[in-house]
Design a protein around this ligand. Structure first.
Ligand code: RIB
Ligand code: CA
Length: 328
């Protein structure tokens, strides 16, 4: 079976970096492009981080990287450096080679000439029904692409969105998840677009936890550049999670969105009508799913497939096996 052709829209971000590694390590996927968006960090930092990751992994052929939205559609940008570190990747400048050189030097930045939304629309319309768009940051680029090129974007095979919280609590507010909270207007436009969307919410991503001791064991055993990077980029975050939640474990939010495309059997999907809260109050950015047990004719037709269950053990095993595959 030929690999699934994917575009990954991302705001790296530590878990974004882990998701990109998983994608490049998986023969089931062909990464056609990476598009960057402001979210965890500024879009300039996100683009720099994507370039650093590509230099580390060095996939052949190397997909284009296109830079996208510098801020949400209508709201100011609120980044998450307190969680991901000032560089968005766990403060990698701390790490040195034996010779005292930076272990992760500044990457070359050779970017696509198109903006992220333009590259998305161009690639999707050039391969009707073939490309899956995986969105693991705020949905600003996707919303802008739908607004600017609706006919082209309608040729997408499917869209997988890491975002939202259906029955689970939020992670940036008591009720809202970071990606959709950051740009709820973009999410509302995407959710009402009629495009084929699978939502990977906190309900499932909070169940796929990467534990510190697992990474230490792998680096001792494998010791490739990739596993060393995984250790280095997560080291600070394990401390943040220990302080914040009392457990040295990182939810693999974005890697699971990639995992859902690699192996759809990892999750259970159910159709729901989901609305975005775009008001200013404490419910801002919440995803409201119609879970009422009433007949279909009494409620709005579903607009999303929502992942409600995950085989967490099988996904973690897949993730760990794949990150060990990349070259030394
Ligand atoms: O809520 C988790 C999401 O927000 C992930 O995509 C993480 O990278 C942050 O962007
Ligand atoms: Ca992200």
């Amino acid at each position: 079976m030929p690999p699934t052709r994917v575009i990954i829209d991302t705001d790296p971000g530590i878990d974004d970096a882990l998701a990109l590694i998983l994608a490049f390590a998986s023969p089931e996927l062909s990464v056609e492009a990476i598009t960057t968006v402001a979210g965890n960090v500024t879009v300039a930092q996100a683009t720099r981080n994507a370039c650093l990751l590509l230099e580390l992994v060095d996939p052949r052929p190397r997909p284009p990287i296109a830079s996208g939205a510098t801020r949400p559609m209508t709201r100011p940008l609120r980044t998450a450096e307190s969680y991901h570190g000032g560089d968005g990747l766990g403060e990698l400048s701390r790490f040195r080679t034996e010779g005292g050189e930076p272990r992760y030097p500044e990457p070359q930045q050779r970017l696509a000439v198109q903006s992220a939304p333009a590259l998305m629309a161009e690639l999707i319309s050039a391969a009707p029904g073939e490309i899956v768009l995986i969105c693991i940051g705020p949905l600003t680029n996707l919303a802008m692409a739908i607004q600017a090129a609706p006919t082209e974007m309608a040729k997408v095979k499917g869209i997988v969105v890491m975002g939202g919280a259906i029955q689970a609590p939020g992670n940036i507010t008591p009720g809202a998840e970071f990606n959709l909270y950051t740009d709820p207007e973009a999410a509302k436009l995407v959710f009402t677009s009629g495009l084929p969307i699978t939502l990977v919410p906190l309900d499932v991503t909070q169940r796929v936890l990467l534990r510190a001791e697992l990474i230490e064991a792998i680096v001792q055993h494998i010791g490739s550049c990739t596993t060393q990077f995984v250790r280095d980029t997560t080291e600070r975050l394990f401390g943040v999670e220990q302080a914040r939640a009392g457990c040295a474990a990182i939810p693999l939010h974005d890697p699971l969105a990639v995992g859902v495309v690699i192996d759809p059997s990892l999750v259970t999907r159910r159709p729901f009508y989901v609305e975005m809260e775009t008001g200013e109050g404490p419910a801002q950015g919440m995803t409201i799913a119609d879970r009422r047990q009433i007949k279909d004719e009494w409620k709005q037709p579903p607009n999303l497939q929502v992942c409600t269950e995950v085989d967490a053990g099988r996904f973690i095993a897949l993730f760990l096996e794949r990150i060990c595959r990349l070259p030394a």
